[in-house]
Design a protein around this ligand. Structure first.
Ligand code: ATP
Ligand code: MG
Length: 588
C-alpha cells in the first residue's frame, strides 16, 4: 500500500514567512505594482510585468564557491514560495566583490538550481549590472547630505566606531561639504587613489545603539578587475549597500536571508527609504525577513572549510560524493525530490538549531523507496553449490521490480547450480537466533527454491571457500505447493555464471562526530576514514547496462546510483547513496 509519507504535501505547511506574505497580499500591498516606468537599469525591466497579486523572491548566491546543502534549503524556500504563491523567484549572482567570482561557479550554480527542480527562466540577474545605478545612487546620497567621504586610516575608523556599550566618535571628515565629497568620490572612482585611502560612508548616527547604523561604509576603493565589468570600476559597493538596492531594482517583495543579517535590517530600510524619497526607487520597497540557517550534523557547511577539504585533497574534488555540496550529493545518488522533501520537513524558524544528518538520509530513502527499481547485488560473495542441481541446467526465476508496484512488472533472474550469496549469510557455528544458512538448516533463496545446507569447504588456512546444499525441486517460488515449505531465512543470491562484477563505492558520512571540531578541536581530526570503501560487487545481469545516474535499490543493501562521471553502460560503477536503515542513530 502506498505510504502517506510519500505523497506530496497537499497544502504547504504554514510558517512565519507565509504568514507575513499572506498578510501583505491581504492588505493589497503590491496592488498596481508593475515594471513599467520604474527607475533603474533597463536590464532589470526585461522580465515579465509583475502581476499585482503576486510575490517576487530571490536566491542571491555569491559566485565564489559551490552550492551546498544549506543553499538547497534557501533555494527550496525562495523558489518554493514563488511557486506556491504564483510569483517568481530571481536567481541573482551577488558579484559585487571583484577578483573572487568566477564563471565556473556561475555555471555550476545555475546547474544546481535547475537540478533541484527550479527554473529561473529569464529571471537571471547579476548585481554587477547595477553598478552604474549604485554609483549614481551614491552620488545622490552625497548630494542630499546622506553620505560623505571619510579619509581616516582604517585603524582610526575602527577606534572611533565605539563598542556595544560606548557610542562612536564623529570622523574629522564627517562635515565635509557635498561638493568636496562628490569631487572626491569621482576621483576615487577614476582610480586616482590607492586602496584603503578613502571610503564613502552613509551619514547616519555615530551614537546609534546599533553599530551597523554608525555611518556604515558604502563604497570602497578596490583597484581590481571584475569578472564581468573588467577594469571599468576602481570603487566597489559594500555588500550591505548593494544588496538592498539589488532587491529594490528587481522589485523583490520579500527578501529572505539568514539570521546574521537581522542587525543589518535597519540600514537596509534606511537606505531604501532615502533612495525612494529621492525618487530613485519606487514604493512599495522590499521587506527583509530573516530565518535560521541550516546546520547539519556530521557535515560542515562553511565555504572556507569546503574549499579546504577540496584543496588539501581530503576528498576527490567538488563533486566527491562524500561532500555536502549539491554536486557531491548528486553524484552520491541523492535526489532533487529528496531535497525538496527535506526542506519542507525541516521548515523555517527564527531560532538557530541543528538538524540531524539522519533526517536528510531519511528523506532520500523515502524518495528512493518510491522511485528506485529493485535489483540484486552481492557485496561480499561466497560460493553456494547446489549439489543436486544438474551442471548444465539453468532456468529463470522472476523478481518484482518494486514490491508495492506490481505495474512495474517482473524481471528474470537466471538460476543455476553455483550461486553467490553474502558471506554473512552462512555460519558454520550459528549464533543464537540465526536463521540463515548453517549445516542442517533450510532457507529460501528469494524468488527461487528452498535449499538445505549440507556443509562447507575450507582452504588450507581454514577460510570457508564454498557452502554446499541441496535444493527441493518442488519449492520454486510462485509454483503450486511452494508455500508448503516453512522456513525462516530468505536470502538473496546471484547465479555465479551470469552475474557481472562492477566497482562499487560504499559511501558513508564524511565526519564521524556530530559536530566536527566541537570544543575548539580541529574539524579535520573528525573526518571519518571509512567514509569511502571501494569493493568489486557481484550484480545481477540486468545492471550491466545501467545508464549514468540511474538509481536502484540493491535489496538488503541500500540505494545505489550509477556514477554520473565514471559509469557507462557495459561497464557500470555504482555509488551507495544511503543504506536501507540508519546505522548511526544507535551508534551515536
Ligand atoms: P559567504 O560567507 O561567502 O557569504 P554564504 O554561505 O552566505 O557564504 P552565499 O553565496 O552568500 O553563501 O549564499 C547565498 C544564499 O544562501 C544566501 O541568501 C544565504 O543566506 C543562503 N545560505 C547560505 N548558507 C545557508 C545555510 N546553511 N542555510 C540556509 N541558507 C543558507
Ligand atoms: Mg553570504
Amino acid at each position: 500500500m502506498r505510504n502517506d509519507k510519500h505523497a506530496p504535501a497537499a497544502a504547504p505547511v504554514s510558517n512565519f514567512i507565509r504568514q507575513i506574505i499572506d498578510a501583505d497580499l491581504a492588505a493589497g500591498k503590491y496592488a498596481g505594482v508593475t515594471w513599467a516606468g520604474q527607475p533603474g537599469p533597463a536590464a532589470v525591466h526585461a522580465g515579465a510585468p509583475v502581476d499585482p497579486a503576486k510575490i517576487r523572491t530571490r536566491f542571491p548566491p555569491e559566485p565564489n564557491g559551490h552550492l551546498h546543502i544549506g543553499h538547497a534549503k534557501s533555494i527550496c524556500l525562495n523558489f518554493g514560495l514563488a511557486r506556491d504563491y504564483g510569483g517568481v523567484c530571481h536567481l541573482r549572482f551577488d558579484d559585487t566583490n571583484p577578483e573572487k567570482e568566477e564563471q565556473e561557479y556561475v555555471d555550476a550554480i545555475i546547474d544546481a538550481v535547475r537540478w533541484l527542480g527550479f527554473d529561473p527562466g529569464a529571471n537571471l540577474y547579476f548585481a554587477s549590472d547595477y553598478f552604474d545605478f549604485m554609483a549614481a545612487a551614491a552620488e545622490y546620497l552625497i548630494a542630499s547630505g546622506h553620505a560623505y567621504v571619510d579619509s581616516q586610516s582604517a585603524e582610526d575608523m575602527r577606534r572611533n566606531r565605539g563598542t556595544l556599550t560606548e557610542p562612536g566618535r564623529d570622523s574629522p571628515f564627517r562635515e565635509r561639504g557635498a561638493a568636496e565629497n562628490l569631487a572626491l568620490f569621482r576621483r576615487m572612482a577614476a582610480g586616482e587613489f590607492p586602496d584603503g585611502s578613502h571610503v564613502l560612508r552613509a551619514r547616519i548616527d555615530m551614537a546609534a545603539p546599533n553599530i551597523n547604523l554608525r555611518d556604515p561604509a558604502i563604497y570602497r576603493i578596490r583597484n581590481a578587475e571584475h569578472h564581468r565589468t573588467g577594469g571599468k570600476w576602481c570603487v566597489y559597493p559594500m555588500y550591505t549597500y548593494a544588496h538592498p538596492i539589488e532587491d529594490a531594482l528587481e522589485r523583490i517583495t520579500h527578501s529572505i536571508c539568514t539570521l546574521e543579517f537581522e542587525d543589518q535590517r535597519p540600514f537596509y530600510d534606511w537606505l531604501l527609504d532615502k533612495l525612494a524619497e529621492g525618487g530613485l526607487l519606487a514604493w512599495p520597497l522590499p521587506q527583509q525577513i530573516e530565518f535560521a540557517r541550516l546546520n547539519l550534523s556530521y557535515a560542515v557547511l562553511s565555504k572556507r572549510k569546503l574549499i579546504q577539504l577540496v584543496q588539501e585533497k581530503h576528498v576527490d574534488g567538488w563533486d566527491d560524493p562524500r561532500l555536502p555540496t549539491l554536486a557531491g550529493a548528486r553524484r552520491r545518488g541523492y535526489t532533487p525530490a529528496g531535497f525538496r522533501l527535506f526542506a519542507e520537513r525541516i521548515g523555517v524558524a527564527k531560532a538557530d538549531s541543528w538538524i540531524d544528518y539522519g533526517v536528510l538520509e531519511e528523506c532520500m530513502r523515502e524518495d528512493l523507496n518510491e522511485h528506485a527499481p529493485r535489483r540484486i547485488a552481492v557485496l561480499d560473495p561466497l560460493k553456494l553449490i547446489i549439489d543436486n542441481y544438474p551442471h548444465e541446467q539453468e532456468e529463470d526465476c522472476f523478481a518484482p521490480n518494486h514490491p508495492q508496484k506490481p505495474e512495474w512488472g517482473k524481471r528474470a533472474l537466471p538460476f543455476s547450480r553455483e550461486l553467490w550469496i553474502e558471506r554473512e549469510d552462512f555460519a558454520e557455528h550459528p549464533p543464537k537466533g540465526y536463521f540463515r544458512l548453517f549445516p542442517g538448516n533450510s532457507v529460501r533463496l528469494r524468488y527461487g527454491f528452498v535449499v538445505k545446507c549440507t556443509g562447507c569447504e575450507k582452504d588450507a588456512a581454514g577460510n570457508i571457500v564454498a557452502v554446499h546444499c541441496e535444493y527441493f525441486p518442488d519449492s520454486k517460488s510462485g509454483t503450486p505447493g511452494a508455500d508448503a515449505y516453512k522456513v525462516k531465512g530468505n536470502l538473496h543470491w546471484l547465479s555465479a555464471r551470469h552475474a557481472c562484477t562492477a566497482e562499487t563505492r560504499l559511501y558513508d558520512r564524511l565526519f564521524r562526530a556530530p559536530n566536527p571540531g566541537a570544543g575548539g578541536g580541529d574539524y579535520l581530526a573528525d573526518l571519518n576514514p571509512d567514509a569511502k570503501r571501494i569493493i568489486p560487487a557481484c550484480l545481477e545481469p540486468s545492471l550491466k547496462d545501467a545508464q549514468p545516474e540511474e538509481r536502484f535499490q540493491f535489496e538488503r543493501h541500500g540505494y545505489f546510483v550509477a556514477d554520473r562521471v565514471d559509469s557507462r553502460p557495459g561497464q557500470p560503477v555504482f555509488n551507495r547513496a544511503v543504506t536501507l536503515k540508519d546505522s548511526w542513530s544507535k551508534a551515536g
